[in-house]
Design a protein around this ligand. Structure first.
Ligand SMILES: N[C@@H](CCC(=O)N[C@@H](CS)C(=O)NCC(=O)O)C(=O)O
Length: 245
């Protein structure tokens, strides 16, 4: 049985799984879903609707952190968990905190603009789909806009709070990577992978899985411009260039 990643294109939580699979040198297939219509299939597989989901030779694993934990056990080298116990705990705690707070925050920051750009957003998530399916998805978008806002916490109160979480996380990573270039110790780990993925929507790294399709709408460009001078954005692009082939 093969290894299959059930995924959305571009999504930063999904890129955690893609990056870990690539880092470990695992050959795998991708089953790509359109956000929204994905629900019945993912629910049938896992009992919930969130992606990424990994089918590992018939065992189904849901959630980016669980997928990385499984890969770390199945393919120990190269390691994503630091070998030193204390450093491993630090890296895993950072992943847990960033999964809970920072991933959702940067998504809200980006979705504030994306949700108003129906053509761009549906084209992005449907990039690998046939034209007719893309057109149908685009036509349905206005009816789904409210649900997308709700599902991604794009509300006035939440946007302000999540911009602050985003800025605090960027500052934290810039500070913590100043000495060695990495978040924990002096080597790339799950902590760097997690933070880089969550900043990728704001950094727009030149990797085919995450680089925004051109032309990028002005509203999205304005968000990228807001963060472009932050040292953690340069760090994110460096992590993608060095460790995400
Ligand atoms: N904690 C989960 C969160 C994943 C997540 O938020 N996935 C989003 C895409 S970025 C998703 O699939 N949303 C659709 C849904 O939940 O139905 C993880 O680490 O994998």
């Amino acid at each position: 049985m093969a290894v299959v990643l059930h995924q959305f294109l571009f999504s930063h939580f999904n890129d955690k799984a893609r990056w870990a699979l690539q880092f470990k040198g695992v050959e795998y297939e991708r089953e790509t879903y359109l956000p929204g219509p994905h629900m019945p299939a993912i629910r049938k597989l896992t009992g919930q609707t969130s992606t990424p989901v990994l089918d590992w030779h018939g065992s189904v694993i849901a959630g980016s952190a669980n997928i990385i934990a499984h890969l770390e056990e199945a393919v120990p080298a190269p390691a994503l968990y630091p070998r030193d116990d204390e450093q491993r705990s630090t890296a895993l705690a950072l992943q847990q905190r960033f999964d809970a707070e920072v991933g959702p925050a940067t998504r809200t920051v980006l979705f504030e603009a994306l949700v108003e750009e129906g053509g761009y957003m549906t084209g992005m998530f449907g990039a690998d789909k046939p034209l007719l399916q893309r057109l149908g998805y685009r036509a349905l978008f206005p009816f789904a806009r409210g649900m997308i806002r709700k599902g991604n916490d794009v509300t006035p109160e939440s946007i302000t709070a999540r911009k602050q979480v985003t800025l605090d996380a960027l500052d934290e990573v810039a500070r913590a990577t100043e000495a060695t270039g990495y978040l924990v110790g002096d080597a790339f780990s799950v902590a760097d992978l997690t933070a880089a993925c969550f900043f990728a929507p704001l950094a727009n790294p030149a990797h085919p899985d995450m680089a925004r399709p051109e032309p990028v709408p002005e509203s999205v460009q304005a968000i990228l411009a807001r963060y472009s001078d932050h040292p953690a954005i340069a760090w994110t692009n460096r992590m993608y260039a060095l460790h995400r082939s």
